[in-house]
Structures are given as C-alpha cells and as structure tokens.
Design a protein around this ligand. Structure first.
Ligand SMILES: Cc1ncc(COP(=O)(O)O)c(C=O)c1O
Length: 370
C-alpha cells in the first residue's frame, strides 16, 4: 500500500524524548514547551507563540482571545476542515461561509465584503493545502470594517505571502502539528500573535483559567496544554523545517512534471506572490472526463494500493445531518468537493511511490473523452 501520508520521524526526536525521560519532565511545565514556542515564534517572525493540544483547540482559543461569542458572526471559507466551524460554534457565534477561489482553493476575497454584517467580528482565513490566501485585500477589508483576522495556517508551515510567512500577517494565527503536518508533535497546535494581550488570554484559558490565586477561577477554562514530550518532538521537527519544505516542493515539481500533460487533470498552482509549501499535492478532475473522481480514486486503490483523499466538503454537505446551510450555494466549493482529491504527499513518502502514483494516473484512462 502507498499511504497518502507517510510521516517522517525527525532525527533528533529520540534524543529529545530521552531527555524528557531522563529529566522526568513529561507535563506542559517541562522546558521543551517554552523552547518550542520561542523557536516557532522566531521562525515565523512573530512576537508570541502559545502551544496547545491541537489545532482545533488553537482555533477555539484564538476566537476567544478576540472576544468572539454569542451574537457574533465569523466569516470563513466554504471549503475547510470542520474544526474551523466547530471552533466558532464552541464560542456560541455563527459561522458564515464564503465560497473559495477557483485556482487557489482558498477563501475568495472578492466575496468577503458582501458577507459582512453588523455582527461580523472576525474573518478566519485558511491557507489550504499549503497555498497562502491573498492576504492584502483581506487585510484591507478587515481594516475598513474594523474586524479581526485569524489565519489558519495548519497546512501551511513556512509558506510565504509576498515574503511574509503565513501566520505572521493577521491579528492572530493558528497551526496544527498533527502527524501529517510539515512540523509535527503527533497531536498539537500553536496560537501566534504580535499582540501580547491575546496571547495572555490564550495562556490563561488553555490552563483552566486560574485567577492570580491558583484554584480560584476567573470563569470557564480548558485544558488545552501541550506536553513536554510533544514539544520535544515539535522542536526536533521544527529544526528540520527547511529540509522538509524543500522535500515538499521537490515532490510537487516531480508530480507536476509527470502529470502536466494528462488532459482533464488540473494540477496545483503557485501564485507569483506566494511560496506554496504543497502540504498535499491536490488535483482536480474535469467533470467531463471519462472517469469520475471517485472512480479514479477507486482505480488507484484497487490496482496499485494507492491511498488518496478527497478535498473537504462544502458546509451544506459536511453538515447535512444537522440540516445546516441548506439554502446556501457555493458553486466553487461544491464543484471541488466532487472533483478534488490529493495524492500521496507525506514527508516520508518516497520518490518511487510518487512515480508509481504518477504512472497509475497516466494509465487511468482519464482522457478518453476529454
Ligand atoms: C486547515 C486546518 N485547520 C485546522 C485543523 C485542525 O487541527 P488539529 O487536527 O490539530 O485539531 C486542521 C487539521 O489538521 C486543518 O487542516
């Protein structure tokens, strides 16, 4: 089998984990946590970073730090992981989706302003599959309407927008360090910001919201802490980030070279103003192709054991059981949910796995009727 993501174990992980065992520091109070946070902030060029137990927890904390709550609305893309919606709902606010861009698959800035109401408190943008959103118009709109911007850079560690790192542009940003991410802690996340006030709130809420007196609480709190062991792996992983991004970009160059002439297959792009880190190599199949996306995915799995994944679903489909967004229409997200999928792209996947996948796609008879 060729897994869609074969993780790569950072070289120094073993030594750093041994240090946790030797010192006896397992909890969030161990020294690797601050080392990881400080190194991550330095890497991004932001002032503050606060580690969390997951990217989903980081999203929740970022929204709370901005004061998002019942009665507020948060604009977000119509194609993203459910974590973005869930985090808004945890706060009691409403999640207001906006369709995505045809080419980058990120939120379409041209549609944001129409979705702004008196209740809009924040825009949550998602740098999807490693390609940054077009941040300048987004920041301009946010400034004009005095609303805050959270960047979800869970899939875009080290990606750049006009020379700035994804996650260093908005009011706050979050990252995920799930095992398939470019920097990993197994499970984990980070909130970053240049605003100390926000990070102070995050630090307090993620650790049970103690008042100045421990065990006397200022309100509801959470345990969203990262352990010393996770941070040890995270630091080892962060130390390899440049090599990891190089690997991702080499993977993308290889796939693009192999697949560029398959009619009916659209390959990922890199807008001139970005550095795409190709977290996943995401392709779409023309709806008029001989085979449907699902058929091609089945073919790859059945004949070559190649695992692939669909894109995220639009909110109407993803939350169908709850009956949400029934009357909403997102033409681009709804087309992509039927046509998009991503290929094996992990840092631990080999060039021969990319070659097998490319050959299998070339022979998948995609082009018969295109
Ligand atoms: C864009 C995006 N945001 C948020 C998350 C949530 O992160 P986590 O899985 O660490 O909770 C993910 C998932 O990994 C993601 O891809």
């Amino acid at each position: 089998m060729i897994p869609v993501n074969r993780p790569s174990i950072p070289k120094k992980a073993k030594a750093y984990l041994s240090e946790c065992v030797r010192s006896g520091w397992f909890s969030s109070e161990g020294p690797f946590v601050a080392r990881f946070e400080n190194s991550f902030a330095r890497y991004l060029g932001v002032k503050y970073a606060s580690s969390t137990s997951s990217g989903t927890a980081a999203l929740h904390l970022a929204l709370m730090a901005l004061g998002v709550g019942p009665g507020d609305e948060v604009i977000l893309p119509a194609m993203t992981i459910a974590s973005c919606y869930f985090a808004v709902w945890y706060t009691g606010a409403k999640a207001m989706p906006v369709d995505v861009d045809e080419e980058t698959y990120c939120i379409n800035p041209d549609l944001i302003e129409k979705a702004i109401t008196k209740r809009t408190k924040a825009i949550m943008v998602v740098h999807l599959f490693g390609h940054p959103c077009d941040m300048d118009p987004i920041m301009r709109i946010a400034k004009k309407h005095r609303i805050k911007v959270i960047e979800d850079a869970a899939e875009a560690h080290g990606a750049e927008y006009k020379g700035k790192k994804a996650g260093s542009i908005g009011d706050m940003a979050i990252f995920s360090f799930y095992a398939n991410k470019i920097v990993t802690t197994g499970e984990g996340g980070m909130v970053v910001s240049n605003n100390k006030k926000y990070i102070d709130i995050v630090n307090k809420l993620k650790s049970l919201n103690h008042s100045k007196t421990r065990f006397i609480h200022d309100g509801i709190g959470y345990n969203y802490l990262m352990s010393n062991m996770q941070a040890a792996v995270g630091l080892a992983s962060l130390e390899e980030i440049d090599a990891s991004i190089k690997k991702k970009r080499a993977m993308a160059t290889y796939y693009t070279k192999q697949l560029q002439n398959i009619p009916g297959l659209t390959l990922p792009i890199e807008k001139p103003w970005t550095k795409n880190v190709y977290w996943m190599y995401a392709v779409t199949i023309n709806q008029k192709s001989a085979r449907s996306r699902d058929n091609v995915m089945k073919h790859l799995a059945a004949t070559h054991g190649i695992q692939t994944r669909t894109f995220f679903y639009s909110p109407r489909t993803a939350f169908k059981k709850s009956g949400l967004y029934k009357t909403y229409r997102f033409p681009v997200a709804e087309r992509l949910e039927k046509t998009g999928f991503y290929l094996p792209s992990g840092l631990g996947n080999s060039i021969s796995e990319f070659a097998t996948t490319s050959r299998a796609l070339m022979h998948s008879s995609l082009s018969k009727t295109t």
